[in-house]
Structure formats: C-alpha cells, structure tokens
Design a protein around this ligand. Structure first.
Ligand code: NAP
Ligand code: MG
Length: 503
C-alpha cells in the first residue's frame, strides 16, 4: 500500500463515522441495558465514540443466535467451497477498506499508522485468505483396519467459539482467531478489548457483506469482568480462545472449571530474551533487530524481547549502538507515517510502565538512556523509551512483563549462563539468538523453553508457522498455521463394521 502524508490520514479520521453498537445476529444493536462507555484517542485524550456496553444478557442473546445458526448448518455444514468464497470475499473487502480501518485502529490504540497499514492492509486480509484456501484442501483420515471395518477419522466444527481479544494488535488478533474459527465452521462470539472495539465491529459488518450468515460472527464490546466473564462461564459456548494477560488467562480456566468445562486456548504474556553470544557481529542488522524487538508497538507486544542477554565481550559495543539507535526513534503523532512510536494505549498503561522504571532504578539497574519524558507532547499517554544496563535476573524488571518501552541489558559470561538466564522465567513465548555459530544456535534453540525461537533476526515467524507459548505464556493451543485449526475442530471416529461381501 502506498504511504501518504499525515494530512491524508487526518482527512480520513475526520470523515470516519464508525458504528459503535454491538453486532449481533447480523445487525448493529444497542446493548440491552442501553449503557455505553467511551473509547478515547490515547494520543489526544479525545473521546472517539460511545460504545455499546454489553453485559451478560447480551452475551446470552449473541450466543443463542450463534447456536441457532450453528445448528441449522448454514455455515457449519456449508460446502467447503462456499465457506472459502465468503472468506476470500472478506479478505478482499478488508483490503478495499484497509485505509479506513487502519486509521480507525490508529486512533483507538495509538499505534503508528505505518504499522496499522501493514497489519490491516496486508496481514489481516492475508490471514483470511490463507485459511480460506485451506478449507477445501483439508482431508480426514482412514485408519488401518482389516476388511471387516472402515474406520474414518473426521474433523467437525467444535461449535460456538468465544473469542476474547487484547488491545495491542486489535484487528490482527481478531483475524488470527476468527479466520481459523470461521474456516472450521464455528459460530463466534467476540469480545474485543475495551480500548479497541471499533475495528472488530466494522470487520463484522464487512463479513456480513461478504456473505457470512447472520449469527456466525457476533461482536460484543464491553468490560472483561462482565461481558468477558459471561463468555468464559457461558454453558452454551463450546470453547474459548483468549489472548491477553496471564492473570486473566487463569480466570478463564477457572470460569471453565466452574461452568461447562469448555476447552480454553490461551495466548498470554511473555518476558522474552534477546541473546547475543560473544561471536556475534554487532552489525546494523543486529542493532535494528534488538531495538525493534523491544520497542516495536511501544513495547506493548507479548513477544517483546525486553531481556537482552549479552555476552560481556560484546556488551559495550552492543549497548553503545543500541542506545544510539533508540535515541533516533521518532515518537509522535500516530497518524504521521514517519512515526515509530505513538502513545501507550492509555494513561493507566503508561503509569504501570513508569512504576517499572522506578523499580528498575531502585533495585540498582543503571540507566543507559532515559527518554521516557522526552517526547515533547503536552497531552496524551506518551512515554518514550528507556534502556537499562546492569540488569540482574533477580530484579523485578527482569522478571515481570512490563508491556512498555523498557529494554534491559543483562550481561553474561558464557553460553551456559546465557541459556540458564534466558530460561529463568515463568514465561516461555519467544527468544532470539544472535551468533555466527549455527551449532550453538541449534543447541540453544532446542533447550529454550519457549514456543518460537528466532535465530539471527527478530521474527515471530509468518502466517504459516504456529505461534504460542510454553509455561505461563500459553496453553497447548496455537494461533496461526494449520495448528490453529485444532482449537476450533473436534475429532470424531466413525467406525463402520462391514461384511465385505455381496450376500
Ligand atoms: P487483559 O487485561 O488480560 O485483557 C485481555 C482481554 O480479556 C480483554 O478483552 C479484557 O477485557 C478481557 N478481560 C479482562 N479481565 C477479564 C476478566 N476478569 N474476565 C474475563 N475477561 C477479562 O490483557 P490486555 O491488557 O488487553 O493485553 C495485554 C496482555 O496480553 C499482555 O500480557 C500480553 O503479553 C498479552 N498478549 C499476548 C499475546 C499472545 O499471543 N501470547 C498477544 C497479545 C497480547 P477489558 O479490555 O475490558 O479488560
Ligand atoms: Mg484489560
């Protein structure tokens, strides 16, 4: 997508009039109780819209609609080719509306427009397209038996899926869950994060336009404690897929155990290491990756590589170059295509991160770069980047997920110490390793307890590769890849006893 200037995006922002009602059974409706809550622009503090404040009764209505259409089979039993066509049309509609959606997402979340355009112009529609194309290329199995039986293993849509989303990649996380859920034939009840509801609502409208039957995709804006909990506890929701914090993920396990024992797929927090071994060349590429891994999306990224575990031998050069590159990051108006970092998603989030800055200093980390307040903005939830050195594995900033622009360098003396330090966490989402020695890289990759290991580059993989966490970063569920389908499909054995003769 061609990049335009700030004025172009401001012009779009000025004419957008997003629907802020709930989307239930194929239409926009107010919350049953009539309540609304405000969604604000974190770059300015201005109110964008009053959004339908859904409660448990709205979840009941949406779930009943999702169940009805699931049972009548309009989507769940539709021919694979038919489902594929609808999702391909949805991918095209997202592409056609990408600029508007990207501006809306940037306004609500404070994410830089450049990132929103890439995610919504490319990654979101590609996700719908990829799963659409998978639908009619998926086969069941026939088990080995004697002639007296035919044993088929078939996959069936699991039913009504509750999808509960975070605010850091609002529409992309919606796509990572909705695309495989819809491809599998499930009906869905979606709760976006309270900060970012508007793009999911527009997506539901586009899905309807693409031909998705009413009730298959319901979007209920609201609060976690009410609408989110109602999804988690609903007796007629067959599964939940959740992305968010580890704390709330644990709530969903409890809701399930206290209701209908629904399976719960969890994608949660992280404290991921960026490991630089002593043979690594401190190249421009390495420095760029180190800075991106920590500060992309303002550090509001579950796989942010905040613990940068660096061999003593290269530490000074590494730190010097990382500090210089970080100082060049452009913090400012999210609608400016030149902006690298917008505001934090909210004042609450900024204040949480500021608390970690104080904790790091109090526990003895050395401040190598402090630009937290150097953003030059008079209003909005802005927080510039900080780089700490001499971080030790015991410090709170090395143990807890910060979810903000704070990079911490932990110096180490050996490969063993790097590995031990990297694994010394309750999380296990991601790790990056930089080394010229592929033997060392593979040895470490095998021994790192995490869902994705990235060697000589910072990446979460692509659409084809599964994403999820070990330990408290996730359950066995994975988003992306063919593996994501497992969250939304049941496995059935059909065993036919045959007589293998004519009479
Ligand atoms: P969060 O507070 O856990 O919220 C996630 C979702 O759960 C929101 O929709 C939220 O609603 C809802 N929720 C909150 N409290 C709830 C409750 N008691 N019962 C039911 N639902 C509840 O997480 P977040 O602050 O939005 O996102 C940041 C976290 O997500 C970070 O920890 C990050 O690491 C993680 N994350 C993980 C991945 C991954 O793939 N592993 C990806 C992105 C983010 P409200 O918005 O109304 O609170
Ligand atoms: Mg929250």
């Amino acid at each position: 997508m061609t990049e335009r200037n700030t004025a172009h995006y401001q012009e779009i922002a000025g004419r957008l009039s997003p629907s802020s009602k709930a989307f239930i059974d194929g239409r926009f409706v107010a919350a049953r109780g009539g309540a609304t809550f405000e969604t604000c622009n974190p770059a300015t503090g201005e109110v964008i819209a009053a959004v339908a404040h859904c409660q448990a009764e709205d979840v009941d209505i949406a779930t009943a609609s999702a169940r009805r259409v699931f049972a009548d089979g309009a989507w769940s039993r539709a021919a694979p080719e038919a489902r594929k066509l609808v999702l391909l049309r949805l991918a095209d509609l997202v592409r056609a509306n990408a600029e508007d959606l990207a501006v809306l997402e940037s306004l609500e979340s404070g994410k830089p427009i450049r990132d929103c355009l890439r995610e919504i112009g490319e990654e979101v529609p590609n996700t719908f397209q990829w799963y659409a194309e998978l639908i009619d290329k998926t086969f069941g199995k026939v088990a080995a038996t004697g002639e007296a039986a035919l044993a088929m293993i078939v996959r069936e849509p699991a039913g009504v899926a509750g999808l509960v989303l975070p605010w850091n990649f609002p529409l992309l996380m919606a796509a990572w869950k909705l695309a495989p859920a819809l491809a599998s034939g499930c009906s869905t009840v979606v709760k976006p994060a309270e900060q970012t509801s508007l793009t999911a609502l527009r997506l539901a409208e586009l899905a309807s336009e693409a031909g998705l039957p009413d009730g298959v995709l319901n979007v209920l804006p609201g609060m976690g404690e009410t609408a989110g909990q109602a999804i988690g506890r609903h007796p007629d929701i067959d599964l939940v897929s959740f992305t968010g914090s580890t704390e709330v993920g644990a709530h969903f396990l409890r809701y399930a155990s206290e209701s209908n024992l629904k399976p719960v797929g969890l994608e949660m927090g992280g404290k991921s290491p960026f490991i630089v071994l002593d043979d690594a060349e401190i190249s421009d590429d390495l420095v760029e990756n180190a800075v991106t891994s920590a500060f992309w999306n303002g550090g509001q990224n579950c796989s942010a590589n905040m613990r940068q575990i660096v061999a003593m031998k290269v530490r000074d050069e590494f730190l010097d170059r990382v500090v210089k590159r970080t100082a060049q990051l452009r913090i400012g108006d999210p609608l400016d295509p030149e902006t690298d970092m917008g505001p934090m998603v909210s004042d609450e989030q900024r204040n949480r991160v500021t608390g970690y800055l104080e904790s790091g200093r109090a526990q003895g980390a050395r401040t190598a770069l402090s630009l937290a307040e150097a953003h030059g903005r008079a209003s909005g939830s802005f927080l510039g980047p900080t780089v700490f050195d001499d971080v030790t594995p015991q410090m709170t900033i090395a143990r807890e997920e910060i979810f903000g622009p704070v990079l911490g360098v932990i110096p180490v003396g050996s490969v063993e110490q790097a590995l031990q330090t990297a694994n010394d966490t309750v999380y296990g989402l991601h790790a990056t390793i930089y080394t010229r020695d592929l033997d060392k890289a593979l040895f470490m990759a095998r021994r790192l307890a995490c869902g994705t290991v990235s060697v000589n580059g910072f990446t979460e993989g692509d659409l084809k590769t599964p994403f999820g966490g070990y330990k408290r970063s996730g359950s066995f569920a994975r988003d992306k890849g063919v593996e994501a389908m497992d969250q939304y499909l049941q496995t059935k054995t059909i065993w036919i006893t045959t007589h293998a003769r004519w009479s």
